[in-house]
Design a protein around this ligand. Structure first.
Ligand code: UDX
Ligand code: UDX
Length: 465
């Protein structure tokens, strides 16, 4: 196999954008073209003002500034990019199905299939097709079937190359990846394709961190990695509920168990609940697959991770309601943070959405502040739930960019994302202008209990009585 000189990526989202930017940076001799059917998104990637790129990731805009127009291109000309490339990444979204068989659990593969059909139609020479989207096991096989049966008799090799980057640290995670996983066929042409993709990553990663497996192991490993990570968060969160009823402190427990080198210290932060595009979706997929093979005990086991997460979110909201004397109708509650974690503008499955929805059900007046999330996004997230009309959502919930000023005469503040700037606020001033008793519900364990209590707050910190 000749070495790769032209790569195309279909899907300019949270995964495709940063991943391709890093490949372009680390492989200056490879031309990388990111295409998307969404023209607005491509226009945003091509904007002169790098602060308005469609995705916020620390370090991303610097790379785009350095490589764009040289060997990194963003375009809507999908067919042209497919035609020119030797290697095509598919990085389109695979939302959970909202209709038909597998509704609410299985991944919707319609975009993947559209991509495969499009590649089959356009390709005039052999291509390596790389699935980057997280997919149910055996999707590579489906893509292969479509390509082989509808293509122009050219050879397609399908690889699975799951993404392990976390949002907010995507660039760092890509440049210093713990490992890269490449799944492919055990045939000579399959091996050549795996080696060609390895060679791309070997520009900056040591060979021993690039693992080659068969396709199904690679696909399933991605689901399992996310399921294990999410399970850790749900595990610590269930213990946080127990801590709140006793004198135990969740932070001390995390520290105590994290020192056990078999357990390790990471991913043991109690929170208002995990969010993000992957954890819930991937576990639902795992559950769906297990059930479809009749493995009900396996399915139930993993499903419990999601049930525990939903419990954590509703528990947090219920605690706000009961602390405010079981009535929050007309009370002003400020939400700090809407993103599913800090340093990203992504809000998919964010705990804030569920908490806000529960408070709105009780007719609270909510004001949201998030340093990176737009007003349109916040309303879109709420409207999507269909709990109440869009007009009602806009009447009861407002979005602000003056986080301190809006705390005037507020009853409570709920911290739902761990943005660093919340730590730097003048909490004394905030306290003085709030109604008394002034409540702070810290769903991220961001602030210091002693300081907050000395100021005078009724301060609730998740995982602490
Ligand atoms: C997506 C999946 O959600 C995730 O499971 C997977 O691991 C990687 O891809 P993400 O990049 O975060 O994650 O999705 P998103 O930000 O929605 O970007 C997908 C892009 O694909 C969108 O810009 C969309 O317009 C584009 N797209 C979708 C196409 O270009 N063509 C299509 O047919 C469908
Ligand atoms: C995750 C995986 O980490 C990544 O490897 C995969 O490619 C995509 O899914 P991401 O969703 O971007 O990445 O963020 P992650 O840092 O894993 O956090 C997920 C959620 O768990 C966030 O809501 C975060 O706040 C929460 N979390 C994480 C906790 O509540 N406690 C923790 O200790 C860690």
């Amino acid at each position: 196999m000749k070495s790769i000189t032209k790569i195309c990526c279909i899907g300019a989202g949270y995964v495709g954008g940063p991943t391709m930017s890093v490949i372009a940076k680390q492989c200056p001799e490879i031309q990388v073209t990111v295409v998307d059917i969404n023209k607005d998104r491509i226009d945003q990637w091509n904007t002169n003002d790098l602060d308005t790129l469609p995705i916020y990731e620390p370090g991303l805009k610097e790379i785009v500034a350095e490589r764009r127009g040289k060997n990194l291109f963003f375009s809507t000309e999908v067919d042209k990019a497919i035609d020119e490339a030797q290697m095509i990444f598919i990085s389109v979204n695979t939302p959970t199905k909202t209709y038909g068989k597998g509704k609410g659990q299985a991944a919707d593969l319609k975009f993947i299939e559209l991509c495969a059909r499009n590649i089959a139609k356009v390709a005039k020479d052999d291509k390596i097709v790389v699935e980057k989207s997280t997919l149910p096991v055996r999707t590579a096989q489906a893509i292969q079937n479509i390509l082989d049966n509808t293509g122009n008799s050219v050879n397609f090799e399908i690889l699975s190359n799951p993404e392990f980057l976390a949002e907010g640290t995507a660039i760092e995670d890509l440049i210093h990846a713990d490992r890269v996983l490449i799944g492919g066929n055990d045939t000579p042409s399959g091996q050549a394709a795996k080696d060609a993709l390895s060679a791309v990553y070997e520009h900056w990663l040591p060979k021993e961190r690039i693992l080659q497996t068969n396709v199904w192991s690679s696909e399933l490993s991605k689901l399992v990695a996310n399921a294990f990570l999410a399970q850790r968060v749900s595990s610590i969160n269930t213990i946080s509920a127990l801590c709140e009823k006793t004198d135990a402190n969740i932070q001390e427990i995390s520290r105590a168990i994290g020192f056990d080198s078999r357990i390790g210290p990471k991913f043991l932060n109690a929170s208002v609940g995990f969010g993000g595009s992957c954890f819930q979706k991937d576990i639902l997929n795992l559950v769906y697959i297990a059930r479809s093979y009749g493995l009900n005990e396996v399915a139930d086991y993993w499903e419990q991770v999601i049930i525990a997460n939903d419990y954590q979110k509703s528990r947090f909201a219920e605690n706000i309601i009961s602390s405010l004397y079981n009535t929050i109708s007309g009370k002003k509650i400020i939400i700090y943070g809407w993103a599913f974690k800090k340093d990203t503008n992504d809000t998919r499955e964010s705990a804030a959405i569920a908490v806000a929805d529960a408070l709105l059900e009780e007719r609270a007046e909510i004001i949201v502040y998030d340093p990176k999330v737009s007003e349109e996004r916040i309303y879109a997230d709420l409207d999507y739930l269909n709990t109440r009309s869009p007009e009602e959502n806009r009447r009861l919930l407002k979005v602000t960019n003056t986080p301190i000023e809006v705390t005037k005469e507020a009853h409570a503040i709920a911290i739902l994302t761990e943005w660093d700037e919340f730590k730097t606020y003048d909490w004394k001033t905030i306290y003085e202008q709030m109604l008394k008793p002034a409540f702070v519900f810290d769903g991220r364990r961001l602030l210091d209990s002693a300081t907050m209590e000395t100021i005078g707050f009724n301060y609730y910190k998740i995982g602490q009585s």
